[in-house]
Design a protein around this ligand. Structure first.
Ligand code: ASP
Length: 343
């Protein structure tokens, strides 16, 4: 009688993707004395090994290469740490044995760090940021699932070439568009103008649209230690020119105005800003509204005053782009407008 024989040839399954997980701190690494505490806690105190240990399912998705880059509350994010982070990611994505990178980050400045990396990482390999609104010690902490989903996205071939992504609360956002919109909700992140790129759930990743503007390997920007000083000023009822005057006399290279409505600027700020522009300070109009584009005002206003429009970038993302553009030697309102129209 013939008995079925098992084949002696072994088919070796392809190894799981190797994903570097870089921890920088934030609420995802936060801890409180009590599991019911979701607001009073210390951010950035749980190490990367503990974050990973809380998510055993990661081992079915990827081979993880963990690194602790920093342990900061991201409200305190600063440019030297951006330089360190971007340089480390650039080194990792250049290595053959790394397929993608996940960064755990605080939510407060995540949208700024993500856009910075979107403009300066020189690779099409996936780079995915994630975070949490509840500390690691909380009941129903959102960090572990966000981390699993971020690694799942970074391990997915569809994430390649999409620029830097943010995986949060089952959504996948482009770093260019995503913003934090809630002080406490677990669905704190949205892409207000055009929505998320796709979603990730239970191991499944689906992209529903792509990223059109140039990013990562296709930009003219490089990460370095040179961070031209660019500050943000706000326009509001009754605003005085004090802040603009102080910034100009301190020698800032650029001012982003968080204007009202369509990036409109209070009359008390217009002349001081036009004088600043005439002296070579880059002045960019953005909006404090939270969604929508800032339209250029044309010859009568922006051209005559030397102002640049930020388009759909919020003031904090506009500041990131302006710093990188000035560091790259882009000078004058015409060239800067082209930069804002491109990225
Ligand atoms: N302050 C915290 C941080 O940005 C908030 C958070 O992560 O949600 O690090």
């Amino acid at each position: 009688m013939n008995t079925p024989t098992s084949s002696s040839s072994t088919t070796t399954a392809a190894p799981l993707p190797r994903i570097a997980v870089l921890a920088t701190g934030g609420t995802i690494a936060g801890a409180a004395a009590d599991a019911t505490n979701t607001a009073g806690y210390q951010a950035g105190v749980v190490g990367v090994d503990q974050l990973l240990a809380a998510v055993p399912a990661l081992s079915t998705v990827a081979r993880i290469a963990p690194e602790q880059i920093a342990s900061v509350d991201s409200k305190d994010m600063a440019m030297p740490l951006w330089t360190t982070l971007a340089q480390r990611i650039n080194a990792l994505v250049a290595a053959d044995d790394i397929d993608g990178v996940v960064v755990t980050h605080g939510t407060d400045t995540l949208e700024e760090s993500a856009y910075l990396l979107h403009l300066t990482i020189k690779s099409d390999k996936p780079v995915v940021l994630t975070a949490a609104m509840r500390p690691a010690s909380a009941l129903s902490a959102d960090g572990p699932l966000n981390l699993l989903n971020a690694v799942t996205v970074a391990a997915n071939p569809g994430a390649r070439g999409q620029g830097v992504l943010v995986a949060f609360n089952n959504k996948i956002h482009s770093a260019r568009d995503v913003v934090k919109t809630s002080t406490y909700a677990v669905d704190a992140f949205v892409s207000p103008e055009i929505g998320a790129l796709g979603w990730v759930q239970d191991g499944r990743v689906e992209f529903q649209r792509g990223v059109v503007r140039p990013h990562t390997f296709a930009t003219e920007f490089a990460i370095g230690a040179d961070w031209p000083q660019v500050e943000v000023v706000l326009s509001y009822a009754g605003v005085s020119r004090l802040a603009v005057d102080a910034l100009v006399s301190a020698g800032v290279r650029g001012i982003v105005v968080a204007g009202t409505g369509n990036g409109s600027i209070h009359a008390s700020l217009v002349q001081p800003l036009a004088d600043a522009a005439a002296q070579g300070v880059a002045v960019v109009r953005s909006s404090r509204v939270g969604s929508g584009h800032v339209m250029r005002n044309g010859a009568a206003a922006d051209d005559a005053l030397g102002f640049v429009s930020a388009g759909s970038l919020n003031p904090y993302k506009a500041r990131v782009l302006l710093m990188l553009a000035l560091a790259a030697g882009v000078a004058g309102p015409v060239a800067l407008q082209k930069t804002f129209d491109t990225y």
